[in-house]
Design a protein. Structure first.
Length: 268
């Protein structure tokens, strides 16, 4: 394989390595205004700043729920404004970049699009002037060198407000949905100036593992943490088994705040 050479070294505008750990919580999929707003109310009540939610879902099976599309973006925009939260959602297709950009505060590149270079370029292009945050997830078979190199497709277009997101790798292990590469956090810190988020829900696959992984993320020095939350996980249209209820999420944030304080950090 040819050598992969990273990488931009400019500090991004958002999520730099400060004493704050941002939480990107919210439902896997936006399913209705009621569902989204119930989670938003919980997040805002905890004094957090961001809500995530899927509008276009990259489902393995084409017969699974694909997301509400633009209707979900409208729900997110209205709910975000109502509860004073910033919104984050995945862009799956180049043709949706501008539309998604017009509704939300942060754009996510999902693991399955890790090497969709035209999508990465287009996201860089649409966020060039707004400098909206781009949360770039690692592919589940991607090396860190490939990840950092691919990041340049976004930043070359003019937006270096990128947050990298570790979300677990495909390995021989089947006890978890994916194997969380917690080492990616110090390695990214050593090799780049980008902040790194740890998605603790998708590698866990089941909700009872989420708190331990979230504590690990705080302890290892993650700059942000992604956690899926649903008002009624058994009825969720995607990723039900791994989503926390608002009550479970509230308990976890209380725990994480105590732990973060040990490191002189704040959960926001
Ligand atoms: C998600 O965060 O909604 C998602 C689909 O995650 P991933 O791309 O990591 O599978
Ligand atoms: Mn999910």
């Amino acid at each position: 394989m040819s050598e992969v050479k990273p990488v931009s070294q400019k500090l991004p505008d958002y999520g730099t390595r400060t004493d704050e750990i941002a939480i990107f919580a919210g439902p896997c999929s936006v399913e209705s205004e009621e569902q989204f707003n119930e989670v938003a109310e919980c997040i805002a009540g905890l004094g957090l700043h961001w809500i995530r939610g899927g509008a276009f879902k990259p489902r393995t099976n084409p017969h699974s729920f694909q997301g509400l599309g633009e209707e979900a973006l409208q729900i997110m925009k209205a709910g975000g404004e109502k509860y004073g939260l910033k919104t984050l959602t995945e862009v799956m297709d180049s043709e949706h970049c501008e539309m998604v950009h017009s509704y939300v505060d942060g754009l996510q590149v999902g693991a399955r699009n890790f090497q969709n270079f035209s999508l990465l370029k287009n996201i860089g292009k649409v966020t060039k002037d707004s400098h909206k945050m781009v949360l770039f997830k690692r592919g589940f078979a991607g090396t860190i060198a490939e990840w950092l190199a691919a990041t340049d497709y976004i930043t070359m277009a003019g937006n270096d407000n990128v947050v990298l997101c570790e979300r677990g790798l495909r390995t021989f292990e089947t006890a978890t949905r994916f194997t969380l590469d917690i080492s990616a956090v110090p390695v990214i810190h050593k090799q780049s100036l980008y902040p790194i988020c740890v998605d603790v829900s998708h590698p866990a696959g089941v909700r009872d593992l989420v708190p331990a992984l979230a504590r690990a993320a705080v302890a290892v020095g993650a700059d942000s943490i992604m956690i899926e939350v649903h008002p009624n996980p058994p009825a969720a249209l995607s990723d039900g088994p791994q989503q926390l209820t608002p009550a479970q999420f509230t308990d976890l944030i209380t725990d994480l705040r105590e732990l973060a304080a040990v490191f002189g950090k704040k959960i926001v």
